[in-house]
Write a protein that binds this ligand. Structure first.
Ligand SMILES: [Zn+2]
Length: 342
């Protein structure tokens, strides 16, 4: 098959469109012919390599896949050859306490497609049958690929970890990023007021189209002051964090007394400084969040079915131009998801 692989760590130039061995379907796995694969920040970290992330080389990135079933095991009854599907990008061992409690994202043997195993920057990918879900009819392949990881992550952050309540105010940092566009929409579905930040006014306008009630241009405005202004001095009940180092101090200062900061990442750096005085004196809770469960992804897809959420595709690139797509992500030019088409 054709795939985009890298044999050494480095810049976008190490990505090579080349022939690679077809993945071998094992046990109950399903072989999927990839039609679209969305980019995630993880893909760039993998390419840059240690100390951020270490993968086996050569490596094929890509966690978010939509495609057509090519081959299934004889014992498989639900998934059929020719089915149009999207893939839940994570799976656990299926046997530990966390997996059996529906929290496979906490499994010590958790596998993320495109990280521990080769992913979707390729013509074919092999995944467990239980991770294959029917593609929603109204979505094309690029839209379907744009959904799983960011919407699952945002749902787990806001609903499961932060337990958002109707009427609360959620500050969504990086509202134009993939996870930000998902966070805005999910917060609105659950009845929250949303403040969204972005680095330019064009992106802010689009966050309003997604439902944001108030916007802050973090390049020209003071996020803490503007958040306070909008909340009559209280601060945000929930801060939706993922930039990390560059925004962490602001997040602490923007949170209301008794507020929660929920974080799923650290795109600008993980070694943020926490001024503990804010943490204890304001009784702020810091909540870590990592992907989510298969059950949560089904909830998310139900919300898409009800047309209460919509996919946000920034732009598609043919697989051969994966390097160009990653460069666009690194420059922060995108709004929503960048998707490779195969
Ligand atoms: Zn497990």
């Amino acid at each position: 098959m054709k795939a985009v692989r890298f044999h050494r760590y480095g810049g976008p130039e190490v990505l090579q469109y080349e022939d690679a061995p077809d993945p071998v379907r094992k046990g109950d796995e399903v072989l999927v012919r990839v039609k679209a694969c969305a980019l995630n920040r993880l893909d760039i970290w993998e390419r840059i390599g240690p100390p951020l992330v270490k993968v086996d080389l050569p490596h094929i990135s890509g966690s978010d896949v939509a495609g057509v079933v090519e081959e299934v095991s004889d014992s498989e009854s639900e998934v059929k050859k020719g089915m149009e599907v999207m893939v839940n990008p994570g799976w656990g061992c299926g046997r530990c306490e966390e997996c059996l409690s529906g929290r496979e994202n906490r499994c010590r043997k958790f596998v993320k497609l495109g990280e521990q195993v080769d992913g979707g920057y390729a013509e074919l990918v092999s995944v467990p049958a239980k991770n294959v879900l029917p593609k929603p009819e109204r979505m094309d392949f690029a839209q379907a690929a744009s959904v799983p990881l960011v919407f699952l992550t945002a749902y787990h952050m806001l609903v499961t970890r932060a337990a958002i309540q109707a009427g609360e105010t959620v500050l969504v940092l990086g509202g134009g990023s993939g996870v930000g566009t998902a966070g805005i929409q999910i917060a609105k579905v659950f009845g929250a007021n949303v403040i969204a930040t972005a680095g330019n006014d064009a992106k802010l306008k689009r966050t309003v189209e997604l439902g944001a009630d108030f916007t802050i241009n973090h390049s020209t405005q003071d996020v803490i002051q503007e958040t306070k202004k909008y909340t009559a001095g209280r601060g945000a009940d929930v801060v939706f964090e993922h930039p990390g180092k560059a925004t962490w101090e602001r997040s602490l200062k923007s949170a209301a007394r008794g507020g929660r900061i929920v974080t799923c990442g650290a795109t600008t750096g993980y070694d943020a400084v926490t001024d503990l005085r804010y943490l204890y004196s304001k009784e702020i809770s810091v909540l870590g969040s990592f992907m989510g469960s298969g059950g949560e992804l089904l909830r998310v897809l139900e919300l898409f079915k009800q047309r209460r959420l919509r996919p946000v595709v920034d732009r598609t690139f043919p697989l051969q131009r994966a390097a160009e797509a990653q460069e666009r992500m690194e420059k922060g030019e995108h709004f929503g998801k960048l998707v490779l088409t195969v």
